[in-house]
Design a protein around this ligand. Sequence first.
Ligand code: DGY
Length: 341
Amino acid sequence: EVWNPSGKYRVVSTKSMPGTRWIRLLTDQDCRVEICTEKKTILSVEDILALIGNRCDGVIGQASRELLVLTEDWGEVLFSALKRAGGSAFSNMAVGYNNVDVNAANKYGIAVGNTPGVLTETTAELAASLSLAAARRIVEADQFMRAGLYDGWLPHLFVGNLLKGQTVGVIGAGRIGSAYARMMHSSFFVISCSAYGQFLKENGEQPVTWKRAASMEDVLREADVISLHPVLDKTTYHLVNKERLAIMKKEAILVNASRGPVIDEAALVEHLKANPMFRVGLDVFEDEPFMKPGLAEQKNAVVVPHIASASKWTREGMATLAALNVLGKIKGYPLWGDPNR
Ligand code: DGY
């Protein structure tokens, strides 16, 4: 799909993105916009090389896959090809950029952008929804109802956890983790929040009883609901492993809307099998889009397909910011989201 065919700058998007504002933004600034209409979700390096072609000023790409199998593994091969094609800018339509080798981009003088901010509240809301869904067994109960199994009120039917008075733990207290803690705290359920991880300077508004934990183990040991919000890198790969699962409360709820490989998913499956009162809410998976064997059968797991940022406003905002990043580099003004900053 091509917009403004006679535009001076060629900008390629590897996927169709929501809304048209991002397209207008580029075409109004003399860009020719080409949107890949390939139906397959995962583009190969060869597919992307063909999209870059001989002349390309900037690319907007996607980061929806994980460490092991990436949608778009932006490294040496793609950045050098973009450089050869005269390009100077690449932006993920994502806040996460674990699919991007920023050093390789720097080496070829390609600016890298991401889309922070617009997805903070949306992602935190999904983490809060997963916490509630897991606590009150909402998905399990829904499936039971639809299967026609409900034949009357029973004292033991789908008894779950009461969140009022419980402690929430956040691992990775950056933008999204802090927003989640604020949300849970202000929702009158939770009496205290403890967090471990880097606090961003911009997080002025901490929950009243927000406590900075001395160690991640303290959070895992003490919290009733734990939500994971770290970035994925070598230090956070399998952060939640067999040993750390073992120190969590037997009836704890673990939520992950960050990146799948932060949890050792095979160890999690074993833990769920052995501890039926332990519950998880997962938006992301280690080998996305697949789940580790056995996970789908666990009733104590709520699983959704990486939809944390999926609100209309947010997705249009992400597309707009990704376009602004690429345009910024082409026109010589600062990128909106710059992971190097
Ligand atoms: C993000 O913004 O990082 C989302 O997870 C999409 O990849």
